[in-house]
Design a protein around this ligand. Sequence first.
Ligand code: GAR
Length: 210
Amino acid sequence: RQGLVVMISGRGSNLLALAEACRSGRIPARIDAVICDRPGAAGLERAAELGLDRVLIDRQRHASRADFEDSLGAALDGLAPRYIILAGFMRVLSADFVDARPGRMINIHPSLLPRHRGLETHRRALEAGDREHGASVHFVTPALDGGPVISQARLDIRPGDTPDTLADRLLPLEHQLLVRTTALLMTRTVELRDGCIHVDNQALEHPLDL
Ligand code: GAR
């Protein structure tokens, strides 16, 4: 199984980076489908322009999270991807849903985890007086933004930075990080054993600096 499914809620710039890397061969995989939970998402347009299969699973048209996850699970089971990549997917998934796909879902998060889980990470990094900020790619576990971190990219916070300037400087690093991490997952043996990441059977002591 060399297929990827990318799940999005919004703009889709990380999706675009992944799609370009799959096309150029930097990531030896193909994107089998893009799943989106929001009908108006700009990322859906991008997916269409890229000629990718799109699956809209509109959260608003499902009465409950359980119903929504039933639809999502059915779509994913049909596609049977090697990895499910959350690239700006803004919904919290239940423990049952996540536990049914151990070591097969990854998420990109705009902070240096374990700092700043959740939303508004740029503002919170500034308010905390952090000198460094960044992005992390982690395995998804039931703990929100709390799964084992595979890789990180860092940047220095400068005087005068605002949430917007930080977001702008971080975005290209996110794209690079997600592409490099996905390439690693497709070319090396990366396993999650007892909550610990192993790369080619070697336990990972620290997140990779990618
Ligand atoms: C990215 O910055 C990603 O790290 C963040 O959403 C943005 C999506 O941008 N993800 C989260 O905050 C997850 N909680 P994109 O749609 O242009 O890829």
